[in-house]
Design a protein around this ligand. Structure first.
Ligand SMILES: [Zn+2]
Length: 163
């Protein structure tokens, strides 16, 4: 399957011209989102090449590694806003921390990371906003907003941080 992607890249590169861009995101925003294949962030948010940083993982949860990326994004590359995007029907809602124990049973080693599964996407967005806002490493935490993307309508719903 990777061969297909590499072939697609050849066609992409054939039509590509150097945009001459700086690495600093034009819109000064970093988006943290779930890796879900149904979420096309650039299309859904009207983003163009060079506009923003996109940081994605399973669930779009704010882990230490996301804080690492946001810290570099803000301190080295000039972003000042953070947008968090979870979505409906997320696979993380079907997992529990038992996943780690099952892994340990199977491979004889417990992962160092937490699964970070959740039951309620709204509540996890609130927790994620809180993790960003309280990080000592981030100089810009005034503009942190969280959303749930509906994979059936394509619409974002904003989450009130204090609901
Ligand atoms: Zn997801």
């Amino acid at each position: 399957m990777t061969d297909r992607l590499v072939e697609a890249n050849r066609q992409y590169a054939a039509a590509f011209t150097d945009p001459g861009m700086d690495a600093r995101p034009v819109l000064h925003v970093a988006v943290v989102a779930c890796m879900d294949a149904r979420l096309d962030l650039h299309a859904a948010l009207g983003l163009e090449l060079g506009d923003c940083h996109t940081i994605r993982n399973a669930g779009g949860v704010v882990t230490d590694d996301v804080i690492r990326s946001l810290t570099i994004s803000q301190r080295a590359l000039g972003t000042t806003s953070v947008m968090l995007v979870h979505h409906t029907g997320c696979g993380m809602e079907t997992l529990t921390e038992d996943f780690r124990h099952a892994l340990e049973q199977e491979v004889g080693q417990r992962p160092a990371w937490a699964v970070e599964s959740f039951r309620d996407a709204d509540q996890d967005v609130r927790q994620s906003m809180q993790r960003v806002r309280t990080s000592p490493f981030l100089p810009h935490v005034d503009d942190v907003r969280g959303f749930v993307f509906d994979v059936t309508t394509g619409l974002l719903r904003e989450i009130d941080p204090v609901a």
